[in-house]
Design a protein. Structure first.
Length: 504
């Protein structure tokens, strides 16, 4: 049995030669043989192995075959660790009884599973490998170019494979991240969360579509220390970032109108990570610059959300407008012209994107290892609940300063406060699980309503621009709608400000 510890990066095929030259040029780098690998993945029709969190394949290379089963493992910040068992065979079908008996669940009927095995999908790729020493650690780097494919009823569906894997052969996990950062500084990459097997299952329509409905509260335990809290916040934030990134890139699965909200949620994950590092005094100038660059790429989010809001729920926002059809048509055209997919690809083509992801992984593992370079400058004796209370109170005081109850706020002022409201909500997302659900949710509800109100005000401004471009005068109607909404938001805000904070 081997336990793989690996880091996976995705990149674009046109960067292949640059990548090869970079890996060849690294100190203590030795290029190994280039091999063609064919892999057939097996499971039962009801996906019994997948339900056991196992992956089964038969790999062919140079006339030899090997069956491999991978059992349940972990993924932390993009670093994969998973036990695997490899056995040489002389046929194309796997034999489960060749694997150790102790890997199976106690109640498993292996003979029954064996009788129902079938090939679900294939991965075929060319693998070029290097052995690279990083200080005292040895890393095998594998460059895989090929495809994952599914054959069903005579039709073949496929997706390209373009991956770089760093597997730790000996030494420290940090060596994987060091090499990954060197690559990320040279070519655009992104953390690879999905394995080839996971991609194959999805392509075969044998797994649920990716989903992440909301920024759910992060699971924290009141008794855990601040170090473990920071590890939980960073690892969860990175996982959600990768999940949303994958959802956005699966363009066939999501409609044009859903893209803005997915991008909004991705930006929220990035902002949550930034907010967390700020709370623990870990935002270096380098990290700030990288976060700012991502924010710059996501500058389209507000426009996209406004256009999507106009088009949502059968254009309910403009349902009573005589010119509804023309306004909706122009909103749809503007959303198409925004070309969110292209803007996302531009962001992924920025080397700062993958570099930020890997810098966060590097920081995460440095915290786990207790490295001296990570200094929170926080009293180690502070318990989590006290720390969370202080953060909630600080965030609350900022909101009170921006939005005093005696002041009347305008539509423009609400727009300018949107980021501050976001940051305050992120504090609640990070630490909300430490508090009683009823009091927490009652307190947060009106503030979340204000966020939705700000989004609708932005949609009204977008409608004003659309009306002008079409020479349709809806200014009086928009002014009336905006005034009514601001009046309602003012009532909600004053009510919210009078509520007793749940952390006190």
């Amino acid at each position: 049995m081997n336990a793989e510890i690996e880091l996976k990066l995705f990149f674009h095929l046109e960067q292949q030669q640059v990548l090869i030259e970079l890996l060849d040029s690294l100190p203590d780098s030795e290029q190994k043989a280039c091999r063609k690998l064919s892999n057939a993945y097996f499971d039962t029709p009801d996906l019994q192995l997948r339900r056991w969190d196992m992956g089964l394949r038969v790999r062919g290379c140079n006339g030899k075959r090997e069956q491999t089963i991978k059992t349940a493992g972990t993924v932390i910040g993009g670093i994969h660790s998973r036990p695997e068992y490899n056995i040489d065979i002389d046929i194309n079908e796997p034999k489960l009884n060749l694997f150790p008996k102790n890997i199976w669940p106690n109640t498993a009927n292996i003979a029954a599973v064996q009788s129902r095995l079938a090939c679900l999908f294939d991965t075929d790729f060319e693998r070029r490998t290097w052995h690279i020493y990083v200080d005292e650690s040895l890393v095998e780097v594998a460059l895989d170019i090929g495809k994952v494919s599914v054959s069903r009823e005579g039709e073949i569906k496929s997706e390209p494979i373009c991956e770089l894997e760093f597997e730790l052969m000996a030494g420290k996990t940090g060596a994987l991240i060091d090499l990954g950062l060197k690559v990320a500084e040279t070519i655009p990459v992104r953390l690879g969360k999905a394995s080839k097997a996971q991609r194959g299952y999805r392509l075969a329509a044998q797994s649920s579509p990716l989903s992440l409905e909301v920024l759910e509260f992060i699971a924290l335990e009141p008794g855990q220390d601040l170090k473990q809290t920071l590890i939980s916040l960073l690892s969860t934030g990175l996982e959600r970032w990768q999940q949303l990134e994958a959802m956005i890139l699966e363009t066939d699965a999501y409609s044009l109108k859903q893209e803005p909200m997915l991008c909004y949620r991705l930006r929220a994950c990035v902002r949550l990570l930034r907010c967390t590092l700020g709370q623990f005094n870990l935002l270096s100038e380098s990290l700030v610059a990288k976060f700012d660059a991502i924010e710059g790429h996501l500058g389209f989010v507000e426009t996209g959300l406004s256009l999507a809001e106009i088009l949502s729920q059968n254009c309910q926002l403009i349902a009573r407008q005589p010119q509804k059809a023309k306004l909706a048509e122009q909103a749809l055209s503007s959303l198409q012209q925004l070309s969110i997919s292209s803007l996302m690809q531009k962001m992924l083509a920025d080397t700062g994107y993958g570099s930020l992801q890997l810098s966060l992984v590097d920081l995460l593992f440095a915290i786990r290892a207790g490295e001296s370079r990570v200094n929170f400058n926080i009293n180690a004796k502070t318990d989590l609940k006290t720390f969370a209370d202080q953060l909630q109170e600080s965030s609350w005081q900022k909101i009170l300063a921006l939005m005093p109850s005696e002041a009347d706020l305008s539509s423009r002022e609400y727009k300018s406060f949107a980021r501050a409201l976001d940051d305050s909500i992120f504090v609640g997302v990070a630490y909300g699980e430490l508090y009683t659900k009823q009091s927490r949710d009652m307190f947060r509800a009106p503030w979340q309503d204000l966020v939705l109100g700000i989004r609708t005000l932005a949609a009204y401004r977008q409608l004003a621009q659309i009306g002008e471009s079409l020479d349709i005068d809806i200014s009086d109607w928009l002014q009336s709608k905006e005034e009514s909404l601001v009046f309602a938001m003012e009532h909600s805000r004053r009510s919210a400000l009078s509520n007793q904070p749940y952390w006190r």
